[in-house]
Ligand binder design. Structure first.
Ligand SMILES: Cc1ncc(COP(=O)(O)O)c(C=O)c1O
Length: 448
C-alpha cells in the first residue's frame, strides 16, 4: 500500500511540475510564507462556495477562505457582479469616486468604534498606519504588543515573538526599532499594568481572539482590563480586526465582546475578497491625517501623511461595499458560526470514537484542533481549559495535511476559516476526510 506521501505525489502530479517551475522564479517557489509547503504546494485552478479545485482535478473543501477574507465563500454572485460593474466603469480614476464614500459610510455604520475611516491597500498597511497615528496623537513612541500576536509584516510588528526573545522574528529590521517596542505575554494583566506604568506608551495592539485568530485563546475579560488600563495610561488601544472584523459579528470582535477600542484595523472581509484595508476609530485620532488649510505648521510638522496608489480602488470598494451590505444583518456570521460549531462537535465525536488523542474548539467561525496529545475537550465550542491548547504534535502536521489533501480537505494552520457557503455537505466531507486521514496516519505508523 502506498504511503501518505506517495499518494499525495501521485494525486498532485501537475502541481508538482508547476512547483518545480515556480521554484526557479520565487524564493521557496511561493508568494506568501504561509503558502510554502513540502514537498510542494498544490496549485488551484478555480473555487466556488466552500470548495476549490486544483490543477489535477481534485476537489477540496477549503478552510483557507482567501486567508480569512471570504466570509461569504468563493464567488458570491452579488460581489462578483458588483466587481464587474465597477470594472466596466474603469479600474482606477486617480480621483475620488462614489463607491469609496458608500464603502466608508458602511464601515462607520457597522463598526462600533468608527467615527472616521481611512482606506489602505492591506492589513499590514492598516496596522502600520494605526501605530503611526497613535504615536502622532500621543507624542509617545513606545508600542506594546502581545507575544506571538500577528499584525502583518512591517518593521515594528515583526520584531521579536516573545517577551524573552532577544532575536528578531525577521532579520532586516533595524535594531533600534526594538528600543520602542515592549512585548508582554497575552492574558497577563499585571505585566500589562507594568508596561503601561511609565505613561510612555503610544499604543497597545492586539488580536482580540488571542494570537493567530484564537490558536492561543484569550479570555474576553482581558480585553476589558486592557480597555481600562489603556484609558488610565492615556494609551491608544488598537484592536487588530483584520481577521475578526465583520466575521465575529457584523461589527467584529468589538461588537461581540462589547469592548470599544480607540482604533481598529481591518482588511480581508472588509474588501469582499479583493485587496484593501482600513484604520477606523475615534475622529480626533484618525483626523491626525487631515490637512488644515492655512496651518502650514500642522501640515508640515504635526499631521500624519498617507498615500497609496490603490487605496479604495473602485473594484475593491465595490466588492467591499457589497459584501458588508450582505453581512450587515448578521445572517452570514450566524451561519458560519453554526457550521464551525458543527465541525467542532463532529471532530470531537470522531476523536473519541477513534480513540485519538486530540480535541477541537472554535471561536466564532474559526476552528482549531489539537492532535497527538491528551488534550482537554471543551464543554461547549470555545476553549475553556485553564492551560493553553498545544495544537498538533511535532512531526504530525505535515503528514496530516498530506493525508487531508489526499481526502479533499485543505486547512489553514491547525484548523480553518469557515464561510457562510460551507454547510452540511462540507462538514460531512471534512469529517470523512479526517476519519480517512486518521486511518492513513495509523497505517504509516505515525499515530497510535
Ligand atoms: C490579525 C492580522 N493583522 C494583520 C494582518 C496583515 O494583513 P495583510 O496580509 O492584508 O497585510 C493579518 C494577515 O493575516 C492578520 O491576520
Amino acid at each position: 500500500m502506498p504511503s501518505i506521501l506517495e499518494t499525495f505525489e501521485a494525486l498532485h502530479a501537475t502541481s508538482k511540475s508547476m512547483a518545480a517551475r515556480a521554484a526557479t522564479v520565487f524564493p521557496s517557489g511561493v508568494t506568501h510564507d504561509a503558502r510554502a509547503f513540502e514537498p510542494f504546494p498544490i496549485y488551484v485552478e478555480r473555487a466556488e462556495g466552500g470548495r476549490k479545485w486544483d490543477v489535477d482535478g481534485n476537489e477540496i473543501v477549503d478552510y483557507i477562505g482567501g486567508h480569512g477574507a471570504l466570509l461569504l465563500g468563493h464567488n458570491r454572485p452579488e460581489v462578483i457582479e458588483a466587481v464587474h460593474g465597477a470594472l466596466a466603469r474603469g479600474t482606477h480614476f486617480g480621483s475620488s469616486h462614489d463607491l469609496e464614500i458608500a464603502w466608508g459610510e458602511q464601515v462607520l455604520k457597522m463598526v462600533p468604534c468608527a467615527e472616521r475611516v481611512r482606506f489602505t491597500s492591506s492589513g499590514t498597511e492598516a496596522t502600520m498606519m494605526a501605530l503611526r497615528l497613535a504615536r502622532a496623537y500621543t507624542g509617545r513612541e513606545r508600542v506594546v504588543k502581545l507575544a506571538d500576536h500577528f499584525h502583518g509584516w512591517h518593521d515594528v510588528v515583526v520584531g521579536r515573538l516573545g517577551p524573552d526573545d532577544a532575536r528578531p522574528h525577521s532579520i532586516g529590521v533595524p535594531e533600534g526599532f526594538y528600543d520602542a517596542l515592549t512585548i508582554v505575554p497575552q492574558g497577563d494583566v499585571p505585566a500589562l499594568e507594568e508596561a503601561l506604568s511609565g505613561r510612555d506608551v503610544a499604543a497597545v495592539i492586539l488580536e482580540p481572539t488571542g494570537a493567530h485568530w484564537g490558536t492561543e485563546p484569550l479570555p474576553a475579560s482581558y480585553l476589558q482590563d486592557l480597555r481600562r488600563l489603556t484609558e488610565e495610561a492615556g494609551t491608544v488601544m488598537v484592536m487588530d480586526e483584520v481577521i475578526t472584523g465583520f466575521r465575529m459579528a457584523p461589527g467584529g470582535a468589538q461588537e461581540r465582546y462589547g469592548v470599544t477600542p480607540d482604533l481598529s484595523t481591518h482588511a480581508k472581509i472588509l474588501a469582499g475578497g479583493l485587496p484593501g484595508g482600513c484604520v477606523t476609530g475615534r475622529a480626533d485620532i484618525v483626523s491626525m491625517l487631515e490637512m488644515r488649510e492655512g496651518d502650514p505648521d500642522w501640515n508640515s510638522k504635526r499631521r500624519v501623511s498617507h498615500q497609496g496608489t490603490f487605496n479604495a480602488n473602485p473594484a475593491s470598494a465595490a466588492a467591499g461595499l457589497t459584501a458588508l451590505g450582505i453581512i450587515e444583518d448578521g445572517t452570514p456570521v450566524r451561519r458560519a458560526d453554526a457550521t464551525a460549531s458543527a465541525i467542532v462537535g463532529a471532530l470531537n465525536a470522531l476523536f473519541a470514537e477513534e480513540s485519538v488523542p486530540g480535541s477541537a474548539w472554535a471561536v466564532s467561525s474559526m476552528w482549531h484542533f489539537n492532535l497527538g496529545y491528551d488534550a482537554p475537550v471543551p464543554a461547549e465550542v470555545e476553549w475553556d481549559a485553564a492551560e493553553p491548547p498545544r495544537g498538533v504534535a511535532d512531526g504530525l502536521m505535515r503528514p496530516l495535511r498530506w493525508a487531508l489533501f489526499n481526502h479533499g480537505v485543505d486547512l489553514m494552520g491547525n484548523g480553518g476559516m469557515v464561510s457562510s457557503a460551507h454547510g452540511d455537505a462540507e462538514v460531512a466531507d471534512t469529517v470523512a476526510g479526517f476519519r480517512a486521514a486518521i486511518g492513513d496516519l495509523r497505517a504509516d505508523g505515525l499515530l497510535s
